[in-house]
Write a protein that binds this ligand. Structure first.
Ligand code: ZN
Length: 224
């Protein structure tokens, strides 16, 4: 099994450095999580020795957009990336990146990605809510349920402490997606030229359900 000795990082990024971001360091079966605020703190904490940084934030713009400003000619041209549309097809709930607070998060995420890549790190976008849906475990709204669900990965570390926060558990989820990706258990959705999102592979049960749904969708409507 590969991926056990790599240092993997999950980052649940907030739209602003006034709000807490969660960060997780995963190595072997040790997962340690922290709350962190500014980009400088994040860059310092990550350093340049990690294998992969998986970030919960949009890290690309929809094709046709040069920015997210309202006054620009590009505004109103596209609200979704292909990966967002594919999420929708999977019936996974998300916020469009052109929505108010998501704009700040997207800009912060893209800038941070550039800085991390300049330090030689591999960075990808993921979405813990989608990963949790795919694994069939609760999202952060049910904090204790999410924590119980994540215990199936049998990780040690400070994430088990009672006062762990939702941001830290989402960061841990991001780091687990990075590990699944390293082990070949992940899928990339979206357009590589636009921006990909990495998620755990669909479970067989979910895959069967999706196939059924898409077949029903294609069934021609016959008028009698
Ligand atoms: Zn623009």
């Amino acid at each position: 099994m590969t991926g056990n000795h790599e240092k993997l990082i999950g980052l649940d990024l907030a739209g602003s450095d006034k709000r807490p971001s969660g960060i997780c360091f995963l190595q072997g079966n040790q997962a340690n999580v922290f709350i962190i605020n500014t980009d400088e703190e994040i860059l310092r904490a990550i350093g340049d020795h990690a294998q992969t940084v998986a970030i919960d934030a949009p890290l690309s713009l929809p094709k046709g957009r040069c920015c997210l400003r309202d006054g620009c000619d590009c505004s109103g041209k596209a609200h979704f990336r292909l990966c967002d549309l594919e999420l929708r097809k999977l019936k996974i709930k998300f916020f469009p990146i052109t929505l108010g607070p998501m704009r700040k998060l997207t800009l912060r995420g893209m800038a941070l990605k550039n800085k991390l890549e300049a330090n030689g790190l591999r960075v990808f976008e993921t979405y813990p809510g989608a990963a949790q849906d795919i694994w069939g475990i609760p999202r952060q709204k049910d904090l204790q349920g999410l924590k119980r669900g994540l215990k199936r990965f049998r990780l040690q570390g400070n994430w088990l402490r009672p006062e762990v926060t939702k941001d830290e558990l989402d960061a841990l989820t991001c780091a687990l997606v990075a590990r699944e990706e390293l082990r070949g258990n992940a899928m990339a959705i979206g357009d590589p030229e636009e921006g990909l999102m990495i998620l755990p592979k669909l479970t067989h049960r979910r895959e069967r359900r999706e196939r059924r749904v898409s077949l029903e969708f294609r069934k021609p409507k016959i008028k009698i």
